[in-house]
Write a protein that binds this ligand. Structure first.
Ligand code: HEC
Ligand SMILES: [Cu+2]
Length: 315
């Protein structure tokens, strides 16, 4: 069978909106292409050699005409800007209740870890009709998480977190690509996003070997790396308790106030001297190069879980 789809599947609500922006801009381009072709033919005919068109008194300036050809393109480009911005905001405003899945890019695969600790490689299983937030990171070079059927794409950058979200509205298997040239086997860095009925998804989560939730593994690492020696309740070093830090504002030495998101916690661990909490001494050692990327994700998941349990406490 001759099967040549011009467009990939549309499996999220945003997919239609992205396509609508595309078709809208395409329509504008086509309209102007048609207009220009028409004018070329029209004037080429009218002023062809030997025609009796009036060539006396050529127009040298026409203010009305200039206002029109500046005004109309300006109005059109502002409309394109507004339409694009609206869709962009919809794409990047993550619903607050979306569960977080970690996706780590490395040469040349996607390692996925669900909050419950279930892991997969080059496959992401998600339930139908529910928003999912992906927290992206990279162990080596820049990768890019790209699901054409969802019309979303986001870089995974070493040394920091980026995030994306989507809400699938179609059951099925959809291509997952790395969309950033990342070395020899970049083209092999592909996989599937599998959208399942919520009940099937629940069953899928429960199959396979039992898993340790990320936050639990994180707690163990928190102890084995000696974090608890300073941040624990009974520590002798004066360090902030981390309970409740996630999602709250932190006053820093120097007067600025930041919100403790994943990025802040990550920087606090890898580059502690860059952001020192007000009232504390910069005694925390850097863990750059000592903690592996996937371990870091677990420690962060642990600190975030602390944040949900308790309100911020002072020590
Ligand atoms: C030698 C003691 C010490 C150790 C070990 C230590 N920290 Fe810290 N940590 C501190 C101190 C002191 C601060 C506050 C000053 C600053 O921001 O650097 C801090 C700040 C932080 C912050 C920011 C807290 C806030 O309230 O904003 C985080 C997050 C953090 N540490 C996580 C960790 C993790 C994770 C580990 C283990 C991998 C760790 N720390 C190991 C002493 C320590
Ligand atoms: Cu890649």
């Amino acid at each position: 069978m001759w099967d040549f789809p011009l467009f990939p599947d549309r499996a999220t609500a945003i997919a239609w909106r992205v396509d609508a922006v595309f078709f809208f801009e395409l329509a504008i381009c086509l309209a102007f292409t048609a207009l220009i072709c028409f004018l070329i033919l029209f004037y080429a005919t009218k002023y062809r050699k030997g025609s009796r068109a009036d060539r006396s008194n050529p127009v040298s300036s026409n203010h009305l005409l200039e206002v029109v050809w500046i005004g109309i393109p300006l109005a059109i480009s502002m409309v394109i800007f507004v339409v694009g911005t609206v869709v962009y905001y919809q794409m990047f405003q993550v619903p607050p209740d979306a569960p977080e899945v970690y996706a780590m890019g490395r040469q040349w695969m996607w390692q996925i870890e669900h909050p419950g600790g279930k892991r997969e490689i080059n496959e992401l299983h998600i339930p139908l009709g529910q928003p999912v937030k992906l927290l992206l990171s990279s162990q080596d070079v820049i990768h890019s998480f790209y699901v054409p059927a969802f019309r979303v794409k986001q870089d995974a950058v070493p040394g920091r977190f980026t995030s994306m979200w989507f809400q699938p509205d179609k059951v099925g298997k959809f291509h997952l690509y790395c969309a950033e040239y990342c070395g020899t086997k970049h083209s092999g860095m592909i996989g599937w996003v599998v959208v399942m009925e919520p009940a099937d998804y629940q069953r899928w989560l429960e199959t396979g070997p039992s898993t340790t939730p990320m936050a639990t593994s994180g707690e163990q690492l928190f102890k084995s790396y000696g974090c608890s020696g300073c941040h624990g309740v009974n520590a002798t070093v004066r360090a902030p308790l981390l309970d409740g830090v996630y999602g709250h504002s932190v006053p820093l030495e120097g007067g600025t106030i930041v919100t403790a998101d994943e990025r802040y916690i990550r920087d606090s661990i890898l580059l502690p001297a860059s952001q020192v909490v007000a009232g504390y001494k910069p005694v925390m050692p850097t863990y750059q190069g000592r903690i592996k990327e996937d371990e870091l994700l677990k420690i962060i998941a642990y600190i975030k879980a602390l944040g949900r349990k308790n309100e911020r406490v002072e020590k």
